[in-house]
Ligand binder design. Structure first.
Ligand SMILES: NC(=O)c1ccc[n+]([C@@H]2O[C@H](COP(=O)([O-])OP(=O)(O)OC[C@H]3O[C@@H](n4cnc5c(N)ncnc54)[C@H](OP(=O)(O)O)[C@@H]3O)[C@@H](O)[C@H]2O)c1
Length: 246
């Protein structure tokens, strides 16, 4: 059997980096892509994946990478994140634009560019990293919840459009995961970012990577439509158990 090939976007940190590592361990040739090549090279050096620069908001950057790929078994659309936690009254246009470009248009462009290569594999699989914010809302979260709701609609539409084709489509929706996510959301404010996880035990990137690799490793006739994975300490985005002594 020829070597299976996986492409993971947003693989320079957090869930994406953990997924790239786990997929190498599972026997894939892994292309790990993101904007920060230095960080990707660290992931590549320790795991054996290949580091490639990619900005999913830039069509030319996408083409430069995807034009070289003739055959792909697994696409993990993971690049994304949140910017700010402002009420709609105080919304920042640039932050919203970047979130839409990254989480929604980026996912669409990557998928569109790589569908032919996924078909060519004879058993392709697209795994989109969504969020519980794709079906829940919270104060100040509209910029991010709206993009993850949209990404969820795209995933579900793809499931319909790909019916009858040899391509599976899965959405993995995590709750709180301790990565660089909160640091990016709060513009590098470490104290604010750390406060998101105060007194509770969040997931780590590897917990979500585990779900991704499990879904990918089911037999080709089995489509895991959706996985929702949260810390035990989190029941909904708004219901989090925090221990006061932590
Ligand atoms: N952490 C959570 O609590 C949580 C919960 C639910 C869902 N998620 C979702 O999980 C995914 C991964 O997030 P994470 O928690 O692992 O956060 P993270 O540690 O901040 O990682 C985000 C990754 O996305 C990449 N990225 C951002 N913009 C990009 C762009 N324009 N082009 C290419 N890559 C880009 C970043 O790399 P570069 O900066 O190097 O480009 C980085 O590798 C995101 O879609 C996020 O929305 C996270």
């Amino acid at each position: 059997m020829s070597e299976r090939v996986a492409l993971v976007t947003g693989a320079s940190a957090g869930i994406g980096a953990a997924t790239a590592r786990r997929l190498v361990e599972a026997g894939y040739r892994v292309i790990a892509a993101a904007r920060r090549l230095d960080r990707l090279e660290e992931v590549a050096a320790e795991s054996g994946c290949e580091a490639r620069r990619l900005d999913v908001t830039e069509p030319t950057s996408i083409t430069a990478l995807t034009d070289e790929i003739d055959r792909l078994d697994l696409l993990v659309n993971n690049a994304g994140g949140a910017l700010g936690l402002d009420r709609i009254e105080q919304s920042d246009d640039d932050g919203w634009r970047t979130m839409w470009e990254t989480n929604v248009l980026g996912l669409m462009r990557m998928t569109r560019a790589l569908l032919p290569a996924l078909r060519a594999s004879g058993a392709g699989h697209i795994i989109n990293v969504g969020s519980v914010s794709g079906f829940e809302v919270y104060h100040g979260g509209a910029g991010y919840t709206s993009v993850k709701h949209a990404a969820r609609a795209v995933t579900r539409t793809l499931r319909l459009e790909l019916l009858g084709e040899p391509i599976r489509i899965t959405e993995v929706n995590p709750g709180l995961v301790e990565t660089e996510f909160a640091l990016v959301r709060f513009g590098g404010d470490r104290e604010k970012a750390a406060s998101v996880y105060t007194g509770m035990t969040p997931l780590v990137g590897d917990d979500v990577a585990d779900c991704i690799v499990w879904a990918a490793s089911r037999p080709p006739h089995v489509n895991i439509d959706e996985i929702v994975v949260r810390p035990r300490d989190q029941a909904t985005v708004a219901h989090i158990h925090r221990r006061s002594s932590d």
